[in-house]
Design a protein around this ligand. Sequence first.
Ligand code: ATP
Ligand code: MG
Length: 511
Amino acid sequence: MRNHGVGSWPGRRSRAAGTLTALVHAGRAATYRELDQRSQRLAHALEVRGVARGDRVAYLGPNQPEFLEAMFATALLGAVFTPFNTRLAPAELAALARDSSPAVLVADARRAADATALRDAGLVGGLLIAGGGDADDDLDRAVAAARPEPIDRPVEHADPFLLLYTSGSTGRPKGVVLTHGNVTWNCLNTLVDTDLTGTDTALVSAPMFHTAALNMLCLPTLLKGGRLILEEGFDPERTLDLVEHDGVTVMFGVPTMYDRIAHSPRWESADLSGLRLLLCGGAPVPPALIERYTGRGLAFVQGYGMTESAPGALLLPAADCRRKAGSAGVAAFFTDVRIAGSGPGPAEVLVEGPNVTPGYWNRPEETAAALREGWLHTGDAAEVDDEGYFRIVDRLKDMYVTGGENVYPSEVEAALSDHPAVRECAVVGVPDPAWGEAGAALVAPVAGRRPGTDELYAFLAQRLARYKLPATITFADELPRNGVGKIDKPALRSRLAPADKGRAPDGSTGA
Ligand code: ATP
Ligand code: MG
Protein backbone atom coordinates (compact mmCIF):
# COMPACT_ATOMS: atom_id res chain seq x y z
CA MET A 1 0.00 0.00 0.00
CA ARG A 2 1.12 3.50 -0.72
CA ASN A 3 -1.37 4.81 1.81
CA HIS A 4 0.24 4.96 5.25
CA GLY A 5 -2.54 7.09 6.72
CA VAL A 6 -5.59 6.42 8.87
CA GLY A 7 -7.69 5.76 5.75
CA SER A 8 -5.83 2.47 5.30
CA TRP A 9 -6.74 1.10 8.74
CA PRO A 10 -10.00 -0.74 7.87
CA GLY A 11 -8.25 -2.38 4.90
CA ARG A 12 -5.24 -3.40 6.95
CA ARG A 13 -7.51 -4.87 9.65
CA SER A 14 -9.50 -6.74 6.97
CA ARG A 15 -6.43 -8.65 5.77
CA ALA A 16 -6.60 -10.96 8.76
CA ALA A 17 -9.83 -10.13 10.55
CA GLY A 18 -12.27 -8.74 8.00
CA THR A 19 -15.21 -10.59 9.51
CA LEU A 20 -14.87 -8.97 12.93
CA THR A 21 -17.61 -6.46 13.75
CA ALA A 22 -16.30 -2.90 13.49
CA LEU A 23 -19.46 -1.04 14.41
CA VAL A 24 -23.04 -1.36 15.48
CA HIS A 25 -25.59 1.41 14.95
CA ALA A 26 -29.36 1.26 15.44
CA GLY A 27 -29.14 -2.50 15.84
CA ARG A 28 -27.24 -3.04 12.55
CA ALA A 29 -23.68 -4.29 12.49
CA ALA A 30 -20.91 -3.81 9.92
CA THR A 31 -17.69 -5.79 9.71
CA TYR A 32 -14.26 -4.31 9.11
CA ARG A 33 -14.42 -5.59 5.52
CA GLU A 34 -17.78 -3.89 4.95
CA LEU A 35 -16.49 -0.68 6.48
CA ASP A 36 -13.43 -0.85 4.22
CA GLN A 37 -15.42 -1.61 1.07
CA ARG A 38 -17.97 1.15 1.72
CA SER A 39 -15.15 3.61 2.44
CA GLN A 40 -13.24 2.64 -0.71
CA ARG A 41 -16.31 3.09 -2.88
CA LEU A 42 -17.21 6.35 -1.20
CA ALA A 43 -13.66 7.54 -1.87
CA HIS A 44 -14.23 6.90 -5.60
CA ALA A 45 -17.58 8.72 -5.35
CA LEU A 46 -15.92 11.70 -3.69
CA GLU A 47 -13.17 11.73 -6.31
CA VAL A 48 -15.77 11.76 -9.09
CA ARG A 49 -17.29 14.79 -7.34
CA GLY A 50 -14.00 16.60 -7.58
CA VAL A 51 -12.41 15.90 -4.19
CA ALA A 52 -8.62 15.90 -4.57
CA ARG A 53 -5.68 15.59 -2.19
CA GLY A 54 -5.74 18.39 0.39
CA ASP A 55 -9.39 19.33 -0.27
CA ARG A 56 -11.79 19.41 2.65
CA VAL A 57 -14.78 17.10 3.03
CA ALA A 58 -17.18 18.29 5.72
CA TYR A 59 -19.65 16.22 7.72
CA LEU A 60 -22.87 17.27 9.38
CA GLY A 61 -24.71 14.57 11.25
CA PRO A 62 -24.90 12.49 14.41
CA ASN A 63 -22.76 9.51 15.41
CA GLN A 64 -23.55 7.04 12.63
CA PRO A 65 -21.63 4.73 10.27
CA GLU A 66 -21.63 7.32 7.48
CA PHE A 67 -19.50 9.58 9.68
CA LEU A 68 -16.74 6.97 9.78
CA GLU A 69 -17.18 5.95 6.14
CA ALA A 70 -16.88 9.56 5.03
CA MET A 71 -13.86 10.04 7.29
CA PHE A 72 -12.00 6.95 6.00
CA ALA A 73 -12.98 7.72 2.38
CA THR A 74 -11.64 11.26 2.71
CA ALA A 75 -8.45 9.95 4.29
CA LEU A 76 -7.99 7.41 1.48
CA LEU A 77 -7.80 10.34 -0.96
CA GLY A 78 -5.36 12.34 1.14
CA ALA A 79 -8.14 14.89 1.63
CA VAL A 80 -9.03 16.49 4.97
CA PHE A 81 -12.11 15.50 6.97
CA THR A 82 -13.88 18.27 8.89
CA PRO A 83 -16.85 17.24 11.02
CA PHE A 84 -19.10 20.15 12.01
CA ASN A 85 -20.61 20.59 15.44
CA THR A 86 -24.26 19.57 14.94
CA ARG A 87 -25.44 21.90 17.70
CA LEU A 88 -24.36 25.07 15.94
CA ALA A 89 -26.88 27.60 14.63
CA PRO A 90 -27.11 28.11 10.82
CA ALA A 91 -24.97 31.27 10.93
CA GLU A 92 -22.28 29.43 12.91
CA LEU A 93 -22.32 26.52 10.46
CA ALA A 94 -21.95 29.02 7.63
CA ALA A 95 -18.90 30.47 9.40
CA LEU A 96 -17.29 27.02 9.60
CA ALA A 97 -18.07 26.33 5.94
CA ARG A 98 -16.63 29.71 4.94
CA ASP A 99 -13.51 28.98 6.95
CA SER A 100 -12.95 25.43 5.67
CA SER A 101 -14.44 25.76 2.12
CA PRO A 102 -15.32 22.06 1.71
CA ALA A 103 -15.39 20.54 -1.77
CA VAL A 104 -18.18 18.24 -0.59
CA LEU A 105 -20.44 18.24 2.45
CA VAL A 106 -21.74 14.85 3.58
CA ALA A 107 -24.86 15.40 5.67
CA ASP A 108 -27.45 13.30 7.41
CA ALA A 109 -30.89 13.51 5.74
CA ARG A 110 -32.28 15.15 8.87
CA ARG A 111 -29.88 18.04 8.23
CA ALA A 112 -30.58 18.22 4.48
CA ALA A 113 -32.17 21.69 4.73
CA ASP A 114 -29.11 23.15 6.48
CA ALA A 115 -26.80 21.39 4.04
CA THR A 116 -28.71 22.65 1.02
CA ALA A 117 -28.64 26.19 2.39
CA LEU A 118 -24.83 26.00 2.68
CA ARG A 119 -24.55 24.72 -0.89
CA ASP A 120 -26.97 27.35 -2.24
CA ALA A 121 -24.91 30.04 -0.52
CA GLY A 122 -21.88 28.75 -2.44
CA LEU A 123 -20.08 27.76 0.78
CA VAL A 124 -19.69 24.04 -0.08
CA GLY A 125 -19.01 22.56 -3.51
CA GLY A 126 -21.31 19.54 -3.58
CA LEU A 127 -23.56 17.49 -1.32
CA LEU A 128 -23.99 13.84 -0.43
CA ILE A 129 -26.97 13.06 1.78
CA ALA A 130 -26.93 9.99 4.06
CA GLY A 131 -30.43 8.51 3.93
CA GLY A 132 -31.31 10.80 1.04
CA GLY A 133 -33.80 8.35 -0.53
CA ASP A 134 -34.20 8.58 -4.30
CA ALA A 135 -32.41 11.87 -4.73
CA ASP A 136 -29.33 12.01 -6.98
CA ASP A 137 -27.19 13.16 -4.08
CA ASP A 138 -28.09 10.15 -1.90
CA LEU A 139 -24.94 8.68 -0.38
CA ASP A 140 -26.02 5.03 -0.77
CA ARG A 141 -26.75 5.58 -4.46
CA ALA A 142 -23.39 7.23 -4.93
CA VAL A 143 -21.65 4.31 -3.19
CA ALA A 144 -23.57 1.73 -5.25
CA ALA A 145 -22.65 3.51 -8.49
CA ALA A 146 -18.97 3.92 -7.55
CA ARG A 147 -16.12 1.80 -8.88
CA PRO A 148 -15.51 -1.24 -6.66
CA GLU A 149 -11.74 -1.65 -7.06
CA PRO A 150 -9.53 -0.58 -4.16
CA ILE A 151 -8.19 2.94 -4.25
CA ASP A 152 -4.54 3.49 -3.31
CA ARG A 153 -3.46 7.11 -3.28
CA PRO A 154 -0.14 7.99 -1.62
CA VAL A 155 -0.68 9.37 1.88
CA GLU A 156 2.06 9.96 4.45
CA HIS A 157 1.98 10.65 8.20
CA ALA A 158 2.81 14.32 7.67
CA ASP A 159 -0.29 14.86 5.50
CA PRO A 160 -3.28 16.63 7.06
CA PHE A 161 -6.10 14.24 8.00
CA LEU A 162 -8.55 16.15 10.19
CA LEU A 163 -9.62 19.75 10.50
CA LEU A 164 -11.30 19.84 13.92
CA TYR A 165 -12.76 22.97 15.43
CA THR A 166 -12.11 23.79 19.08
CA SER A 167 -15.04 24.18 21.45
CA GLY A 168 -14.95 27.97 21.33
CA SER A 169 -14.68 28.35 25.11
CA THR A 170 -12.42 31.37 24.83
CA GLY A 171 -13.55 32.90 21.53
CA ARG A 172 -14.72 31.68 18.16
CA PRO A 173 -13.87 28.05 17.41
CA LYS A 174 -10.44 27.68 15.77
CA GLY A 175 -9.75 25.08 13.08
CA VAL A 176 -6.97 22.72 14.21
CA VAL A 177 -5.11 20.72 11.56
CA LEU A 178 -4.27 17.18 12.70
CA THR A 179 -2.06 15.02 10.51
CA HIS A 180 -2.31 11.27 10.09
CA GLY A 181 0.79 11.08 12.26
CA ASN A 182 -0.73 13.20 15.04
CA VAL A 183 -3.78 10.96 15.26
CA THR A 184 -1.76 7.74 14.94
CA TRP A 185 0.55 8.76 17.79
CA ASN A 186 -2.40 9.78 19.97
CA CYS A 187 -3.88 6.31 19.40
CA LEU A 188 -0.53 4.71 20.28
CA ASN A 189 -0.37 6.81 23.46
CA THR A 190 -3.85 5.62 24.37
CA LEU A 191 -3.06 1.98 23.66
CA VAL A 192 0.18 2.13 25.66
CA ASP A 193 -1.35 3.99 28.61
CA THR A 194 -4.61 2.02 28.94
CA ASP A 195 -5.42 -1.65 28.63
CA LEU A 196 -7.82 -1.22 25.68
CA THR A 197 -7.82 -4.43 23.63
CA GLY A 198 -9.22 -5.81 20.40
CA THR A 199 -11.93 -7.65 22.33
CA ASP A 200 -13.40 -4.46 23.79
CA THR A 201 -16.77 -2.99 22.90
CA ALA A 202 -16.73 0.80 23.13
CA LEU A 203 -19.86 2.83 23.65
CA VAL A 204 -19.67 6.05 21.63
CA SER A 205 -22.37 8.39 22.89
CA ALA A 206 -20.42 11.63 23.18
CA PRO A 207 -20.42 13.53 19.85
CA MET A 208 -17.82 12.32 17.37
CA PHE A 209 -17.30 15.79 15.90
CA HIS A 210 -15.44 16.57 19.12
CA THR A 211 -11.85 15.39 19.47
CA ALA A 212 -12.41 13.32 22.63
CA ALA A 213 -14.96 10.76 21.37
CA LEU A 214 -13.30 10.49 17.97
CA ASN A 215 -9.64 10.34 18.94
CA MET A 216 -9.68 8.86 22.45
CA LEU A 217 -12.35 6.24 21.86
CA CYS A 218 -13.35 5.50 18.24
CA LEU A 219 -9.98 5.48 16.54
CA PRO A 220 -7.95 3.62 19.21
CA THR A 221 -10.69 0.96 19.36
CA LEU A 222 -10.75 0.59 15.57
CA LEU A 223 -6.95 0.48 15.44
CA LYS A 224 -7.05 -2.54 17.80
CA GLY A 225 -9.88 -4.29 15.95
CA GLY A 226 -12.48 -3.75 18.69
CA ARG A 227 -16.17 -3.01 18.27
CA LEU A 228 -17.92 0.37 18.42
CA ILE A 229 -21.54 0.93 19.40
CA LEU A 230 -22.51 4.27 17.87
CA GLU A 231 -25.27 6.14 19.69
CA GLU A 232 -26.77 9.33 18.30
CA GLY A 233 -27.04 10.88 21.72
CA PHE A 234 -26.33 10.27 25.38
CA ASP A 235 -28.95 8.90 27.71
CA PRO A 236 -28.10 7.51 31.17
CA GLU A 237 -30.76 4.76 31.14
CA ARG A 238 -29.82 3.67 27.66
CA THR A 239 -26.17 3.59 28.72
CA LEU A 240 -27.00 1.21 31.57
CA ASP A 241 -29.02 -0.97 29.16
CA LEU A 242 -26.09 -1.19 26.75
CA VAL A 243 -23.69 -2.06 29.56
CA GLU A 244 -25.99 -4.76 30.94
CA HIS A 245 -27.15 -6.35 27.68
CA ASP A 246 -24.85 -5.38 24.80
CA GLY A 247 -21.43 -6.10 26.17
CA VAL A 248 -20.11 -2.55 26.54
CA THR A 249 -16.71 -2.72 28.22
CA VAL A 250 -15.31 0.77 27.50
CA MET A 251 -16.79 4.24 27.37
CA PHE A 252 -15.78 7.85 27.28
CA GLY A 253 -17.65 10.66 28.98
CA VAL A 254 -17.22 14.12 30.41
CA PRO A 255 -17.84 14.27 34.18
CA THR A 256 -21.44 15.50 33.78
CA MET A 257 -22.32 12.37 31.76
CA TYR A 258 -20.93 10.09 34.46
CA ASP A 259 -22.76 12.15 37.06
CA ARG A 260 -26.08 11.65 35.29
CA ILE A 261 -25.50 7.89 35.09
CA ALA A 262 -24.71 7.81 38.81
CA HIS A 263 -28.00 9.58 39.55
CA SER A 264 -30.11 7.14 37.55
CA PRO A 265 -32.70 5.37 39.71
CA ARG A 266 -31.14 2.12 38.47
CA TRP A 267 -27.63 3.02 39.57
CA GLU A 268 -27.58 0.79 42.66
CA SER A 269 -29.18 -2.23 41.00
CA ALA A 270 -27.60 -2.18 37.53
CA ASP A 271 -25.06 -4.90 36.71
CA LEU A 272 -21.92 -2.92 35.85
CA SER A 273 -19.56 -5.89 36.05
CA GLY A 274 -18.77 -5.82 32.31
CA LEU A 275 -17.32 -2.29 32.41
CA ARG A 276 -13.51 -2.32 32.34
CA LEU A 277 -12.38 1.09 31.20
CA LEU A 278 -14.10 4.39 31.98
CA LEU A 279 -12.34 7.21 30.16
CA CYS A 280 -13.19 10.61 31.57
CA GLY A 281 -11.86 13.96 30.47
CA GLY A 282 -12.52 17.51 29.37
CA ALA A 283 -12.91 18.84 32.90
CA PRO A 284 -11.73 17.89 36.39
CA VAL A 285 -13.63 14.99 37.94
CA PRO A 286 -15.19 16.02 41.28
CA PRO A 287 -14.05 13.82 44.21
CA ALA A 288 -17.67 12.99 45.11
CA LEU A 289 -18.13 11.49 41.64
CA ILE A 290 -14.97 9.42 42.00
CA GLU A 291 -16.35 8.09 45.31
CA ARG A 292 -19.70 7.12 43.76
CA TYR A 293 -17.92 5.04 41.14
CA THR A 294 -15.29 3.50 43.38
CA GLY A 295 -18.22 2.56 45.65
CA ARG A 296 -19.38 0.37 42.77
CA GLY A 297 -15.91 -1.02 42.15
CA LEU A 298 -15.17 1.25 39.18
CA ALA A 299 -12.28 3.64 38.67
CA PHE A 300 -11.86 6.34 36.02
CA VAL A 301 -8.92 6.77 33.71
CA GLN A 302 -8.85 10.56 33.67
CA GLY A 303 -7.32 12.66 30.96
CA TYR A 304 -6.44 16.22 30.16
CA GLY A 305 -6.04 17.34 26.61
CA MET A 306 -7.23 19.61 23.88
CA THR A 307 -8.08 19.60 20.20
CA GLU A 308 -4.54 20.81 19.44
CA SER A 309 -2.88 17.69 20.92
CA ALA A 310 -5.20 15.19 19.22
CA PRO A 311 -6.14 15.34 22.22
CA GLY A 312 -4.30 13.33 24.92
CA ALA A 313 -1.64 15.19 26.90
CA LEU A 314 -1.97 14.00 30.51
CA LEU A 315 -3.40 10.76 31.80
CA LEU A 316 -4.21 9.60 35.32
CA PRO A 317 -4.24 5.78 35.51
CA ALA A 318 -7.20 4.05 37.15
CA ALA A 319 -4.93 2.86 39.96
CA ASP A 320 -4.38 6.52 40.97
CA CYS A 321 -8.02 7.50 40.64
CA ARG A 322 -8.69 7.93 44.35
CA ARG A 323 -5.24 8.54 45.76
CA LYS A 324 -4.67 11.38 43.31
CA ALA A 325 -8.23 12.76 43.13
CA GLY A 326 -8.13 16.24 41.59
CA SER A 327 -5.01 15.49 39.55
CA ALA A 328 -4.89 15.10 35.77
CA GLY A 329 -1.94 12.72 35.99
CA VAL A 330 1.30 12.49 34.05
CA ALA A 331 2.28 12.99 30.41
CA ALA A 332 1.03 10.50 27.83
CA PHE A 333 3.73 7.96 26.90
CA PHE A 334 5.18 9.55 23.74
CA THR A 335 4.37 13.13 24.78
CA ASP A 336 6.15 15.61 27.03
CA VAL A 337 4.42 18.11 29.28
CA ARG A 338 5.91 20.82 31.49
CA ILE A 339 4.88 24.10 32.99
CA ALA A 340 6.43 27.40 31.93
CA GLY A 341 8.97 29.15 34.13
CA SER A 342 10.35 27.88 37.39
CA GLY A 343 8.65 29.96 40.06
CA PRO A 344 6.28 28.56 42.66
CA GLY A 345 2.56 28.61 41.96
CA PRO A 346 0.57 27.74 38.86
CA ALA A 347 2.00 28.42 35.41
CA GLU A 348 1.07 27.69 31.80
CA VAL A 349 1.00 24.07 30.62
CA LEU A 350 3.26 23.38 27.61
CA VAL A 351 2.95 20.24 25.48
CA GLU A 352 5.36 18.73 22.97
CA GLY A 353 5.16 15.50 21.02
CA PRO A 354 4.20 13.69 17.82
CA ASN A 355 0.49 14.19 18.60
CA VAL A 356 0.72 18.00 18.63
CA THR A 357 -0.81 19.89 15.70
CA PRO A 358 1.38 21.63 13.11
CA GLY A 359 -0.96 24.62 13.48
CA TYR A 360 -4.34 26.25 13.07
CA TRP A 361 -6.10 26.39 9.74
CA ASN A 362 -5.54 29.74 7.99
CA ARG A 363 -4.53 31.48 11.23
CA PRO A 364 -0.77 32.08 11.04
CA GLU A 365 -0.72 34.60 13.92
CA GLU A 366 -2.57 32.27 16.28
CA THR A 367 -0.34 29.38 15.21
CA ALA A 368 2.77 31.45 15.93
CA ALA A 369 1.37 32.47 19.32
CA ALA A 370 0.47 28.91 20.34
CA LEU A 371 3.51 27.03 18.98
CA ARG A 372 6.73 28.55 20.25
CA GLU A 373 10.13 26.80 20.32
CA GLY A 374 8.42 23.53 19.57
CA TRP A 375 6.04 23.68 22.53
CA LEU A 376 2.27 24.08 22.37
CA HIS A 377 1.23 26.84 24.76
CA THR A 378 -2.08 25.56 26.03
CA GLY A 379 -3.45 28.61 27.82
CA ASP A 380 -4.15 26.41 30.85
CA ALA A 381 -2.49 26.88 34.22
CA ALA A 382 -1.30 23.94 36.29
CA GLU A 383 0.80 22.98 39.29
CA VAL A 384 3.08 19.96 39.55
CA ASP A 385 3.20 18.05 42.83
CA ASP A 386 6.22 16.37 44.41
CA GLU A 387 5.46 13.11 42.58
CA GLY A 388 5.42 14.92 39.24
CA TYR A 389 1.64 14.76 38.79
CA PHE A 390 -0.08 17.76 37.23
CA ARG A 391 -3.10 19.50 38.69
CA ILE A 392 -4.93 21.68 36.17
CA VAL A 393 -5.84 24.87 37.97
CA ASP A 394 -7.79 26.80 35.36
CA ARG A 395 -7.55 28.56 32.03
CA LEU A 396 -5.16 31.49 32.24
CA LYS A 397 -7.78 33.56 30.43
CA ASP A 398 -10.28 32.87 33.19
CA MET A 399 -7.93 33.93 35.97
CA TYR A 400 -8.72 37.42 37.28
CA VAL A 401 -6.80 39.86 39.43
CA THR A 402 -8.65 41.49 42.29
CA GLY A 403 -6.82 44.09 44.36
CA GLY A 404 -3.51 42.71 43.05
CA GLU A 405 -4.29 39.07 43.97
CA ASN A 406 -4.65 36.31 41.34
CA VAL A 407 -7.82 34.27 41.65
CA TYR A 408 -8.42 31.06 39.71
CA PRO A 409 -12.20 30.73 39.39
CA SER A 410 -12.03 26.92 39.46
CA GLU A 411 -10.83 27.08 43.07
CA VAL A 412 -13.83 29.19 44.08
CA GLU A 413 -16.14 26.95 42.05
CA ALA A 414 -14.80 23.85 43.79
CA ALA A 415 -15.44 25.41 47.23
CA LEU A 416 -18.96 26.51 46.28
CA SER A 417 -19.75 23.10 44.81
CA ASP A 418 -19.05 21.49 48.17
CA HIS A 419 -22.17 23.20 49.56
CA PRO A 420 -24.97 20.61 49.59
CA ALA A 421 -27.54 22.99 48.05
CA VAL A 422 -25.30 23.94 45.08
CA ARG A 423 -25.92 21.75 42.04
CA GLU A 424 -23.65 23.66 39.67
CA CYS A 425 -21.85 26.95 39.72
CA ALA A 426 -19.48 29.11 37.73
CA VAL A 427 -17.33 32.07 38.68
CA VAL A 428 -15.92 34.77 36.40
CA GLY A 429 -13.94 37.94 36.91
CA VAL A 430 -15.78 41.13 35.96
CA PRO A 431 -14.60 44.77 35.91
CA ASP A 432 -14.78 46.45 39.30
CA PRO A 433 -14.11 50.14 39.94
CA ALA A 434 -12.49 49.59 43.34
CA TRP A 435 -10.54 46.35 42.85
CA GLY A 436 -9.82 46.31 39.12
CA GLU A 437 -11.68 43.05 38.80
CA ALA A 438 -13.96 41.18 41.14
CA GLY A 439 -15.43 37.69 41.21
CA ALA A 440 -19.04 37.11 40.18
CA ALA A 441 -20.66 33.74 40.87
CA LEU A 442 -23.68 32.17 39.21
CA VAL A 443 -25.20 29.32 41.20
CA ALA A 444 -27.73 26.73 40.04
CA PRO A 445 -29.21 25.32 43.26
CA VAL A 446 -30.34 21.77 43.87
CA ALA A 447 -34.08 21.65 43.03
CA GLY A 448 -36.14 23.16 45.85
CA ARG A 449 -33.10 23.92 48.05
CA ARG A 450 -32.06 27.45 47.30
CA PRO A 451 -29.50 28.63 49.86
CA GLY A 452 -29.34 32.25 51.05
CA THR A 453 -26.35 34.34 49.97
CA ASP A 454 -25.38 34.90 53.63
CA GLU A 455 -25.26 31.15 54.14
CA LEU A 456 -23.04 30.71 51.05
CA TYR A 457 -20.68 33.50 52.12
CA ALA A 458 -20.36 32.00 55.59
CA PHE A 459 -19.65 28.62 53.99
CA LEU A 460 -17.01 30.06 51.64
CA ALA A 461 -15.35 32.10 54.37
CA GLN A 462 -14.50 28.82 56.13
CA ARG A 463 -12.72 27.56 53.02
CA LEU A 464 -11.21 30.44 51.08
CA ALA A 465 -9.09 33.53 51.69
CA ARG A 466 -11.22 36.66 51.88
CA TYR A 467 -10.02 38.09 48.57
CA LYS A 468 -11.25 34.96 46.77
CA LEU A 469 -14.88 35.42 47.87
CA PRO A 470 -16.96 36.49 44.87
CA ALA A 471 -18.30 40.03 45.15
CA THR A 472 -21.70 38.92 43.89
CA ILE A 473 -23.64 35.67 43.95
CA THR A 474 -26.53 35.32 41.52
CA PHE A 475 -28.89 32.37 41.10
CA ALA A 476 -30.19 30.70 37.94
CA ASP A 477 -31.84 27.41 37.07
CA GLU A 478 -29.18 26.54 34.47
CA LEU A 479 -25.69 27.72 33.57
CA PRO A 480 -25.07 29.00 30.02
CA ARG A 481 -23.29 26.37 27.93
CA ASN A 482 -21.61 26.43 24.52
CA GLY A 483 -22.07 24.02 21.60
CA VAL A 484 -20.16 21.13 23.19
CA GLY A 485 -21.79 21.57 26.58
CA LYS A 486 -18.97 23.46 28.31
CA ILE A 487 -19.88 26.40 30.52
CA ASP A 488 -19.88 29.49 28.33
CA LYS A 489 -17.67 31.84 30.33
CA PRO A 490 -17.65 34.73 27.81
CA ALA A 491 -21.48 34.71 27.88
CA LEU A 492 -21.38 34.56 31.65
CA ARG A 493 -18.97 37.48 31.88
CA SER A 494 -21.22 39.72 29.83
CA ARG A 495 -24.24 38.55 31.80
CA LEU A 496 -22.64 39.23 35.19
CA ALA A 497 -20.70 42.39 34.26
CA PRO A 498 -21.80 45.37 36.39
CA ALA A 499 -23.21 47.41 33.49
CA ASP A 500 -26.03 45.03 32.65
CA LYS A 501 -26.38 43.37 36.02
CA GLY A 502 -29.87 43.82 37.41
CA ARG A 503 -31.16 42.51 40.66
CA ALA A 504 -32.35 38.92 40.59
CA PRO A 505 -36.16 38.58 40.75
CA ASP A 506 -36.03 38.05 44.49
CA GLY A 507 -33.46 40.78 45.02
CA SER A 508 -30.73 38.39 46.10
CA THR A 509 -27.98 39.77 43.85
CA GLY A 510 -24.98 41.23 45.51
CA ALA A 511 -22.74 40.65 48.41
P1 ATP B 1 -11.25 27.12 22.62
O1 ATP B 1 -9.86 26.63 22.37
O2 ATP B 1 -11.98 27.42 21.35
O3 ATP B 1 -11.34 28.23 23.61
P2 ATP B 1 -11.59 24.74 24.23
O4 ATP B 1 -10.20 25.00 24.68
O5 ATP B 1 -12.65 24.51 25.28
O6 ATP B 1 -12.10 25.90 23.27
P3 ATP B 1 -11.16 21.98 23.50
O7 ATP B 1 -9.94 21.74 22.70
O8 ATP B 1 -12.36 21.16 23.23
O9 ATP B 1 -11.61 23.47 23.26
O10 ATP B 1 -10.88 21.84 25.04
C1 ATP B 1 -9.59 21.78 25.61
C2 ATP B 1 -9.59 22.47 26.95
O11 ATP B 1 -10.47 21.80 27.88
C3 ATP B 1 -8.26 22.48 27.62
O12 ATP B 1 -7.39 23.49 27.12
C4 ATP B 1 -8.65 22.71 29.09
O13 ATP B 1 -8.92 24.07 29.35
C5 ATP B 1 -9.96 21.93 29.21
N1 ATP B 1 -9.71 20.59 29.78
C6 ATP B 1 -9.58 19.44 29.11
N2 ATP B 1 -9.38 18.41 29.95
C7 ATP B 1 -9.37 18.91 31.20
C8 ATP B 1 -9.19 18.35 32.50
N3 ATP B 1 -9.01 17.05 32.71
N4 ATP B 1 -9.22 19.19 33.56
C9 ATP B 1 -9.43 20.52 33.39
N5 ATP B 1 -9.60 21.11 32.18
C10 ATP B 1 -9.57 20.32 31.10
MG1 MG C 1 -8.56 25.72 23.64
